[in-house]
Each structure stands twice: as C-alpha cells, then as structure tokens.
Design a protein around this ligand. Structure first.
Ligand code: MG
Length: 305
C-alpha cells in the first residue's frame, strides 16, 4: 500500500469534542467512549488537557485517566498513542507526573484569538513554548503543535495565510513533530487551503503538516479532500462531530470522523477505522449525552440500522 492510499486520523472527540460540549460526562462514560474508539481502529487519540480544572471542568479528570492507564487499572489491547494538551509549565509538570508520552501545545495565527483564549499574544505564547518544548523533548516526550485561526478569526476576521505559515514554521523550528492547522470557526474554503497549506507541504512534507477543520459552514469535508489532493495525510476529526462552536452557538464544530472515514474508505483510501464500530461508539455517547447527531454519515448509518 502506498502512502497515496492511506491516511492517519487524529481523533479529537474525547478532548476537543467533549471540552466544547455543555454537558459533562462521567469518567466511566469517557473511558467507555475512548475504549470504543480504540476498538474501532483509531490509533492517535486525544485524551485530555492539563488545563485548569476550574476553567475547563470537562478536562478535570485528565490526571485520573492517565493514572488509570499508568497503573494498568484501565488497559487497552490496541497499540495506540494518547495525546494531552499542555498549556504551560504547570501543565507540563502534571503531564510528566502522569507518565504522559505525547503532548500537544497550542497557539494561534492571530493575537486576537490567542489573547482571548490564553491571555497571551502569539509571540508571548511562542516565547513560552520554545523552552517548554525543549524540556518535553529532552524528557523523551513527543510533541505536536496546534495553530488555531489559520483560515479565519472570530476577532480579526480574514487572516493572512502568511500568519499561520510563520507560526507553524516557528513551532517546527522548536522541534514539534507535526503541526495541525486549525480552522477554528469553520470558514476555510479550498482556496484558503491552497494558500495556507500548500506552501507548508512544499517546505516540510506531509508528515509535518496536519489539518483540523470545523464544519460550521458545511465545508469541512471539502477542505479535507482538497488537503488530501495537495498531499496532506493526517486529519484531525471528532467522533460524531462532537464539540460545538463557541463562536457560533448552535453551529456544528469539528469535522466528524464518520464523514471522513466514509468518504475516504469509499474512495479506496485506507483509514484503518472500522466504520460500523466507530458509528456504534459514537451513537452510544450521543445517547448518553442526549445530543443530536450532527455527522451526516452517522445520521445515515443510524437511519439504516
Ligand atoms: Mg476543533
């Protein structure tokens, strides 16, 4: 199988998804959800975030999830990589304590968003991450980077593609193994993908660049496909499309993993994911959360059962 024919899905439902849902879920339900995702074949799974529990209560159980993994009380048969977000030194300490192997740092293409999200301008966040990434790499961790608002910003509007490109280069310079380019408010179009993603692929190759689309305006899958045509092979998505959009209340958030898996598998591109098992896991968590399904592929699957 050539690289042309397979993609890697970076499943963000348990972190990015659940964090942006109003309804909290129990530790047990979260474990069941993640166990189901792994059983469906997902191998890169975002599990939590070492952020302040008072600010982000949905992620307050991250330390406990890692403790359960570390102690073997929660064991998964599948070989997989769990990832956790680390916003600062304090978060890194918690990650080290929890035996975390893979972390993600996050910044943005625009100061407007970065200031609102973390209280730091982009440059300040990069100044903070330089030494933090070094420390994490030294301790043997793998580090991934997220850049939000590459294609549009809720505070600054249209974003010059050069902004996302420069921040991405900086993170790669610091040694992160891959940067995920985020369309935080779901306004990207294939034209914007060409402008922001193509130059980065040309400079760094497909292993260093991932994309993270939101479906707010219904263009996430189109943008994912355009990225694939350009050479992207790593896609972030969320089971069932979990995660709303805090900047457009009521709108859908993340690209749904089911939509991505359905499209690519039908085209003969291997995702490694069992569509049916994934759908069952997603339907289960949607029922527990009493949440309507936003993924089109998941809706069609549910209607066909
Ligand atoms: Mg997202």
């Amino acid at each position: 199988v050539s690289v042309q024919d397979q993609i890697t899905i970076f499943e963000v439902g348990a972190r990015d998804g659940l964090q942006n849902e109003a309804k909290p879920i129990s530790l047990e339900d979260k474990k069941t959800f993640v166990t189901g995702l792994a059983a469906a074949g997902l191998r890169q799974i975002e599990l939590g975030a070492f952020v302040r529990p008072d600010k982000v209560p949905q992620m307050a159980d991250t330390d406990e999830l890692y403790r359960l993994l570390q102690s073997g009380e929660w064991s998964l048969r599948e070989p997989l990589d769990f990832w956790a977000l680390v916003p600062n030194e304090k978060g890194l300490e918690r990650a080290v304590e929890g035996g975390v192997k893979n972390i993600a740092v996050f910044t943005a293409a625009t100061d407007g968003f970065s200031l609102k999200n973390t209280g730091r301008a982009v440059k300040e966040s990069l100044d903070l991450y330089g030494p933090l990434i070094k420390k994490a790499l030294k301790s043997g961790m793998r580090v991934r980077g997220y850049v939000s608002t590459v294609f549009g910003c809720p505070y600054e509007g249209k974003v010059d593609p050069q902004k996302g490109i420069q921040v991405t280069k900086k993170l790669l310079d610091f040694g992160v193994e891959q940067v995920s380019l985020g369309d935080t408010i779901g306004v990207a179009t294939p034209k914007g993908v060409d402008e922001a993603v193509e130059p980065l692929l040309a400079s760094f190759g497909h292993e260093k660049i991932a994309v993270h689309f939101h479906d707010t305006w219904g263009a996430a899958l189109v943008n994912a496909f355009r990225s694939f045509e350009l050479g992207v092979r790593t896609f972030d998505s969320s089971a069932g499309g979990l995660g709303g959009c805090p900047y457009a209340p009521g709108a859908t958030g993340n690209l749904a993993t089911e939509d991505l898996v359905y499209l690519f598998e039908k085209m003969g591109v291997q995702t490694g994911v069992n569509f049916e098992k994934l759908c069952q896991t997603s339907l289960e968590i949607h029922q527990k959360m009493k949440r309507a399904v936003s993924s089109r592929a998941l809706q069609a699957y549910a209607a066909s059962c």
